[in-house]
Design a protein around this ligand. Structure first.
Ligand code: BV8
Ligand code: ZN
Length: 237
């Protein structure tokens, strides 16, 4: 199946952990996935951070190391190529915190759940997140903000508000085609984006090896791996 993209189309793409699977980065909910070794509540909530910051930094430091060793795969390059063709008629929102989209050349990109390559003050002191690729071996290696707060991963924990939701809503409102790649549709508000797109009459396409939880909201489901299907999925005219 090919997706026709005409000169009047505006494309919004949402990606999840599945697009990085062929780069060797584990997804969350596969049986050998990231959550298999951890309870979400122990590594990805504000309570987990206040209760055991060392465990949270251990979990995200290991993910930081894995992401640094991974390479973008053909799916990441295909989206960067589509952006190069469509320019400002293209927008990419990712739930992923790795930097594989950037390293494949994507620029019109937003990380709604944060980024592994940045850290920020644990307090809402107004300081911006900082570039940080350190793999912390222990908590006493972790630096502090000028306000005295400890640096935390620049990650949106469960219960925290996803980043740049206004921008996301604006981009979805303009889209005529939404492509969702490699996400199980189990985390909100990202799993609602397809419903917002349907309300504006946009075509909605899901790409992945198994149907997502919100499969009924898509006008098309393309079954397959992102790295294999994305490079030949679009038919530009
Ligand atoms: C919020 C941090 C308020 C970074 C993450 C009850 C009902 C509804 C909602 C809730 C509820 N109780 C609580 C909530 C809210 C909660 C939530 O959704 N909970 C769920 C569990 C029910 N959400 C929140 O707390 C969010 N905040 O709601 O604030 C608000 C709301 C709106 C507006 C303002 C404020 C915050 C959510 C962010 C949490 N942080 N991660 C990190 O550690 O990485 S979420 C985490 O899950 C990741 O970010 C990840 O992106 C996300 C989703 O996982 P997926 O990417 O889908 O990965 P998964 O393993 O699940 O699926 C992989 C897919 O890939 C599979 O489908 C597989 O088939 C496919 N695949 C595999 N191989 C390939 C492939 N696809 C293509 N090619 C392949 N080769
Ligand atoms: Zn601070």
């Amino acid at each position: 199946m090919q997706i026709p993209v005409t000169s009047s189309d505006r494309v919004f793409v949402l990606t999840g952990a599945g697009i990085s699977a062929e780069s060797g980065l584990p997804t969350f909910r596969a049986e050998d996935g990231l959550w298999a070794g951890h309870r979400v509540e122990d590594v990805c909530t504000p309570e987990a951070w206040s209760r055991n910051p060392a465990l949270v930094w251990n979990f995200y430091s290991r993910r930081r190391a894995a992401a640094q060793d991974a390479q973008p795969n053909p799916a990441h390059f295909a989206l960067a190529e589509l952006e190069a063709q469509l320019g400002d008629r293209f927008f990419l929102c990712t739930q992923n915190v790795d930097d594989l989209h950037e390293r494949a050349g994507s620029m019109r990109l937003l990380h709604m759940h944060g980024e592994l390559a940045r850290s920020r003050c644990e307090r809402e002191c107004g300081q911006s997140p900082v570039e940080d690729c350190t793999i912390y071996a222990s908590l006493d290696e972790v630096g502090h903000c000028v306000c005295g707060g400890r640096l935390r991963p620049h990650i949106v924990f469960f219960g925290e508000t996803p980043l740049e939701m206004d921008r996301i809503q604006q981009e979805i409102a303009k889209a005529t085609l939404m492509l969702v790649v490699g996400t199980s549709g189990s985390v909100y508000p990202a799993a609602n984006f397809v419903h917002w797109a349907r309300r504006t009459g946009a075509r909605t396409v899901y790409l992945g090896p198994e149907p997502p939880l919100n499969a009924s909201a898509f006008t098309h489901i393309v079954e397959g791996k992102a790295g294999e299907m994305l490079p030949r999925l679009f038919q530009l005219s």
